[in-house]
Write a protein that binds this ligand. Structure first.
Ligand code: TYD
Length: 234
């Protein structure tokens, strides 16, 4: 049986940061910036993503994003996202945090709440049950929600795709689905302000990166650490 960690955190020395948001919000770019800044502070960090992040979860990612799993319906898909997440947590996230390194993850459980829940129509009770059974109380220390109007995000996502590459199963949804997603992420942030921070992702890339760094410093880096790093830089 998987042991139950303390509620509200993964109960480990490392910090767990997740990035969330709709399509084309710039999560992967910002995750890379944060990775570099943490490395510059001497913090060992593993960058990962969902769905995926472990070999078995990557197989499920393929089934989910290709649309091959969509006949299962939104609840079936949610269960698959959670199957992938259980393996990712057990094989990568928890062991990394346990040895004191940090984990930054492109999407996590809030994406299931938003995509399969608020926008996909799975009732919140079923999702909460899946979440409770799979996460056993584990949760990110910090979640950055990158907020961008859906029309702008979808345009960015389509520019990013190389010519000929098809949109994935979720990018193909109607604009109303994406409007619903945005509202879902904003509602999650409003309900859990101790964990979540919303960042305006329409700002220039460097400004978004700085806003994220300011949040990480304020929330997760102890002041003496910031002081030492400043002294080292002089
Ligand atoms: P990805 O190519 O990683 O795109 P993005 O840059 O938007 O993160 O695709 C992940 C897709 O899977 C994305 O459309 C959101 C969707 N998704 C869910 O529907 N539920 C989930 O729980 C997760 C983690 C992702």
């Amino acid at each position: 049986m998987r042991a139950e960690p303390p509620l509200g955190s993964v109960g480990a020395p490392g910090k767990f940061i997740t990035f969330e948001g709709g399509e084309g919000a710039g999560k992967s770019t910002q995750l890379r910036h944060l990775h570099e800044r943490l490395a510059a502070r001497g913090i060992e960090t593993v960058a990962t993503r969902e769905p995926g992040g472990s070999p078995r979860a990557e197989i499920l990612r393929d089934a989910l994003l290709s649309g091959r799993a969509s006949p299962l319906g939104p609840l079936g898909e949610a269960a698959l996202f959670y199957a992938a997440r259980i393996d990712h947590l057990d094989k990568l996230i928890k062991p990394t945090l346990a040895r004191g390194a940090w984990v930054i993850c492109d999407r996590f459980a809030d994406s299931t709440r938003a995509y399969q829940g608020a926008s996909g129509g799975v009732d919140q009770k079923s999702l909460a049950l899946l979440e409770r059974a799979a996460l056993l109380g584990a949760s990110p220390d910090l979640t950055i929600i990158l907020d961008v109007p859906p029309r702008e995000g979808l345009e960015r996502a389509s520019r990013r795709r190389s010519a000929g590459e098809a949109a994935d199963r979720f990018e193909r949804e109607e604009l109303a689905f994406h409007e619903g997603l945005r509202q879902a992420f904003l509602a999650i942030a409003a309900n859990e302000p101790a964990r979540c921070c919303v960042v305006n992702a329409t700002l220039p890339e460097s400004e978004v990166a700085q806003a994220i760094w300011d949040i990480v410093e304020a929330r997760l880096l102890p002041p003496e650490c910031a002081y030492l790093a400043e002294s080292a830089a002089q």
